[in-house]
Design a protein around this ligand. Structure first.
Ligand code: ADP
Ligand code: MG
Length: 710
C-alpha cells in the first residue's frame, strides 16, 4: 500500500493516517475506499467533498413529481418488491407508497444487497433523480435509508450527499453513509490539525472562514450561507495557491536565469522602422515591442507568450525583435509548424528585408544537402543572421554562433521537449517568444501561462472590414458556387476547405478528391484554375500549388486543414468550410482568419448537411455572431471545459477540485491580485504574517511547478 502524496517535509499529522484506522472503516472498507475512490488517508476523506446537500426538512409528496422535477426527496412505505426481467434486463422493482401516491424504485445492480437491506412494510426516506417510464414516475438507483435512522440523527438538516460507487454501496457506503465517516473524522480533529494556508489578514479582509471552519462547513454546514462561504473560501484557496506558485516560478526565473542583454536599439531596427516599414504599427504592436524590449535588456531570459488574434500582425513584431537582436550582434530564428508556413515566413521576410544588410536562410526538412551544409556553416561562423524554418531548426546538428532570440510561431504545435532543445543551442539561453493565433480566454491564460510573461495583441490593423459569416446547407451548394463565381469575377480568390477525418486519412483523402472534382465541375478550365493541397502530397508539390494560388494563377484553393494556420493571401475573399460542424471553434476561427486579410469585404460560408448536433449548431451560431477570437475562445471554454482547449498545456495547474475557470472568474481575479501583491512586497515570504502560506508551500514542495519553459 502506498500513500498518494508521500511527503517527507510535512510534520506527521493525524490526517496522514491510513483510512482503515478510522473508526467504522477497517481493512475491508478501507480497501474498497482506496480502490473505488482513491481515498488512502484521513486527509483524502476530508477532501472528498459532497456533491450536494439535501434539506432533510424538505420531504415532498409523490404526487408532486412532474416532468420538470429533477431530484426529489420523498418518504413512504415499501409495499411491494419484485425481480423482473432476465439477464441484462434483470432488475429489482420496489413500490414506495405515501399518502399521495406510489413511486416505482428500480435497481439494476446490487440487487441481492438491496433485497437484503430493504423489506416490505417498512418506512424509508428516498432521494434521487426522477424520470418517467410509460407515463409512470420512477427513480433508478435512489438513495434509500430507514426513516427511523433519519429521525434519530436529527441534528443536521443539511445532509451531505457524496460521490460513491455501486460497489461501495453494496459494502454499506452509500452517498449518505460516507458522510457518517466524515462526521467521525471531523469529531477527532481540531483547528490545530488544519493550519491555515492563507494569511490571517487576507482572510479578514475577504471575510473568509479559516481553513478548518471551511472544511467543516463544506461537509456539515449549519445553513446555506455558511456552506456557500466555505465553498468560496476553498475555491479561492485553490486559485490563490496556484497563483502564488506560478508567480514564484516566474520571479525565480527572473532572478536566477541568465539571459543575453540587448543593450541598444541600433541602426538596423531604426532604419527599418523609419524607412522600410510598409505601414504604421498598431498601438498593440507598439506596446508588445516595448514589452519585449524591456524584457531583453534586463539580463534575464525572456520567456514570453504573445497571443494575438488572427491577422493582428504578429509577423512584423517578430521581425522587429529579430532586428533588435541583430543590432546587438545576436542571431535569431523563427520556426513555423509546417513547411508551407516556414516558406511563407521566409518569402514575406525576404521582401521586407530586401534593402537591409541582413543574411537570412530557410531551413526545413526538404532543404537539399548542399544548401544545408552551407547553412550550417553560416550559422556557426555567424555570417547568417536570421534563420527561418520548421522544427528542422532545433535538430542537434544545427549550431549557432550566438543565438540570442528564438521565435516560435503557432505555439501549440510545438512540444515542450522541442522547445527545451532550443535551450541547449547557446551557452546563455536565447530569449524565447512564443506566438499563438489561438487566443485563449484570460482566465485560462492566467493559470495555464501564469509562470510565463505574456502579451496580448487585441487590436487589428486599421481598415479591415469585418468578415461576414453565414451558415448554409448542402442543398444550397449551387448558390454558394454562384457566389464564389461572382467574387472571382471581381478578381478575388476563394478557399474550399475539407475536414481531416481523424479515424481515417484515406477517407479524408477521398472526401477531398470528390470535393475537388465537384468544384472543378462548377469551375472548368481554362476559364478557372484550381490549386489543391493536402497532407499526403510531397512538400515540393504542395509548395508549387500554394505558390500558384499566392501568385493568383489559380482562383480557388481546395485543401484540407493544412492551410489552417498563418497562410496569408490577402486577395482571397471567400472561405467555404465543408462539413463545418466537424470543426472545433478555434479551428473554424483560424480557418476564417485566412480571409479578410486585405482591405476588401470578405465572407465565410459554413456548409453543413441537414443534420447538425446541438453542439455543432451552437458553434456555428457563435461563428456567425462574432469575429472576435477572444470572445470565441471564451465560448469554447464554456462549451468544452479547460482540458480540451487547444493551445493550453496539459498541466496539473488546470486541475482544480472545486474551482471552475468558467464560473469563478471573480475569485480567480482576486486570487491573482492578492498573490501578486503579496509577492511584490515579500518575494521570499519571510514576513511573519505570511508564515502560514510559506509553511504550506514548503510542506507541498514536490507539487510546486518548476518549468523553465512552457
Ligand atoms: P498574424 O498575426 O495572423 O500572423 P500577420 O502578421 O500575417 O498576422 O499580418 C496579417 C496582415 O496584416 C499582413 O498582410 C500584414 O502585412 C498586415 N499588417 C500587419 N500589421 C499591420 C499594420 N500595423 N497595419 C496594416 N497592416 C498590417
Ligand atoms: Mg502568423
Amino acid at each position: 500500500m502506498h500513500k498518494k502524496n508521500p511527503d517527507i517535509n510535512r510534520q506527521p499529522s493525524i490526517l496522514d493516517s491510513p483510512i482503515e484506522y478510522l473508526k467504522g472503516v477497517g481493512p475491508l472498507k478501507g480497501d474498497m475506499l482506496r480502490k473505488e475512490l482513491n481515498i488512502f488517508t484521513f486527509r483524502d476523506l476530508l477532501e472528498h467533498f459532497p456533491l450536494r446537500h439535501i434539506d432533510k426538512t424538505q420531504v415532498n409528496l409523490i404526487r408532486d413529481i412532474s416532468y420538470q422535477t429533477e431530484f426529489i426527496q420523498v418518504a413512504g412505505t415499501i409495499i411491494k418488491m419484485e425481480i423482473m426481467g432476465e439477464k441484462r434486463s434483470k432488475r429489482l422493482v420496489a413500490h414506495l407508497k405515501d399518502s399521495s401516491g406510489i413511486l416505482e424504485l428500480t435497481w439494476f445492480q446490487g440487487i441481492s444487497w438491496v433485497e437484503k437491506t430493504i423489506s416490505t412494510g417498512q418506512k424509508y426516506l428516498v432521494y434521487g433523480r426522477t424520470g418517467f417510464f410509460n407515463g409512470k414516475a420512477q427513480m433508478t438507483h435512489p438513495e434509500i435509508e430507514p426513516l427511523a435512522d433519519v429521525n434519530a440523527e436529527g441534528k443536521n438538516f443539511l445532509e451531505p450527499i457524496y460521490p460513491t460507487t455501486e460497489k461501495l454501496k453494496a459494502k454499506g457506503l452509500n452517498a449518505r453513509q460516507i458522510g457518517k465517516l466524515t462526521g467521525t473524522l471531523l469529531a477527532q480533529i481540531s483547528e490545530r490539525d488544519i493550519p491555515d494556508n492563507i494569511p490571517t489578514y487576507l482572510l479578514e479582509k475577504l471575510k473568509f472562514p479559516t481553513r478548518y471552519k471551511a472544511l467543516c462547513d463544506i461537509h456539515f454546514p449549519g445553513n446555506a450561507a455558511s456552506h456557500k462561504s466555505a465553498v468560496n473560501r476553498l475555491k479561492f484557496e485553490e486559485f490563490f495557491i496556484a497563483q502564488v506558485r506560478l508567480n514564484l516560478t516566474r520571479l525565480n526565473r527572473h532572478k536566477t536565469s541568465r539571459g543575453v542583454v540587448f543593450e541598444k536599439v541600433g541602426d538596423l531596427f531604426n532604419s527599418f522602422y523609419n524607412e522600410h516599414l510598409p505601414f504604421s504599427l498598431t498601438g498593440a504592436q507598439k506596446r508588445v515591442i516595448k514589452e519585449i524590449r524591456t524584457d531583453t535588456m534586463r539580463g534575464h531570459q525572456m520567456n514570453r507568450l504573445l497571443q494575438g488574434d488572427v491577422g493582428s500582425g504578429k509577423t512584423i513584431v517578430a521581425l522587429l525583435c529579430m532586428l533588435l537582436a541583430a543590432d546587438n550582434g545576436y542571431q535569431s530564428c523563427i520556426m513555423a509548424p509546417t513547411e508551407i508556413l516556414a516558406q511563407q515566413h521566409f518569402n514575406g521576410l525576404s521582401v521586407l528585408l530586401k534593402d537591409m544588410p541582413i543574411e537570412m536562410r530557410l531551413l526545413t526538412g526538404s532543404t537539399k544537402t548542399a544548401e544545408r551544409k552551407k547553412i550550417l556553416k553560416g550559422l556557426e561562423d555567424g555570417s547568417i543572421h536570421l534563420l527561418a524554418g520548421t522544427h528542422a531548426v532545433i535538430e542537434e546538428k544545427v549550431q549557432f554562433k550566438n543565438l540570442g532570440l528564438a521565435i516560435v510561431d503557432e505555439q501549440h504545435r510545438f512540444g515542450v521537449a522541442q522547445r527545451a532543445a532550443l535551450w541547449k543551442k547557446a551557452a546563455v539561453p536565447p530569449h524565447i517568444l512564443v506566438m499563438t493565433a489561438t487566443p485563449i480566454p484570460r482566465t485560462l491564460a492566467m493559470t495555464a501561462y501564469g509562470d510565463l510573461d505574456y502579451s496580448i495583441m487585441d487590436e487589428l490593423p486599421p481598415g479591415r472590414q469585418p468578415i461576414t459569416t453565414v451558415h448554409r446547407y448542402e442543398t444550397q451548394r449551387a448558390n454558394v458556387m454562384d457566389f464564389i463565381r461572382s467574387e472571382i469575377d471581381k478578381g478575388r480568390q476563394a478557399y474550399v476547405i475539407y475536414p481531416l477525418i481523424e479515424e481515417s486519412e484515406k477517407l479524408s483523402y477521398e472526401d477531398l478528391m470528390q470535393g475537388y472534382e465537384q468544384v472543378k465541375s462548377f469551375f472548368p478550365e481554362p476559364k478557372f484554375y484550381i490549386s489543391m493541397v493536402h497532407g499526403r502530397m510531397p512538400a515540393e508539390q504542395k509548395e508549387i500549388n500554394m505558390q500558384r494560388f499566392v501568385k493568383g494563377d489559380t482562383q480557388i484553393m481546395v485543401s484540407t486543414t493544412v492551410i489552417e494556420v498563418g497562410v496569408n493571401v490577402p486577395n482571397a475573399s471567400v472561405m467555404v468550410i465543408e462539413s463545418s460542424e466537424k470543426f472545433g471553434l478555434s479551428q473554424l476561427h483560424q480557418l476564417r482568419g485566412r480571409v479578410g486579410r486585405g482591405s476588401e469585404k470578405s465572407f465565410c460560408i459554413l456548409l453543413t448537411g441537414s443534420k447538425v448536433s446541438n453542439d455543432g449548431r451552437e458553434r456555428l451560431k457563435i461563428m456567425c455572431a462574432t469575429n472576435d477570437g477572444f470572445k470565441i475562445a471564451e465560448k469554447d471554454l464554456e462549451l468544452r471545459g479547460p482540458g480540451d482547449i487547444e493551445g493550453t498545456r496539459q498541466s496539473g495547474v488546470l486541475n482544480f477540485k472545486l474551482a471552475s475557470l468558467v464560473n469563478d472568474k471573480p475569485l480567480l481575479e482576486a486570487a491573482k491580485h492578492y498573490a501578486e501583491k503579496i509577492l511584490e512586497k515579500d518575494e521570499d515570504l519571510n514576513h511573519p504574517k505570511n508564515q502560514p502560506l510559506k509553511d504550506y508551500l514548503l510542506s507541498q514542495k514536490g507539487k510546486t511547478i518548476w518549468s523553465k519553459i512552457s
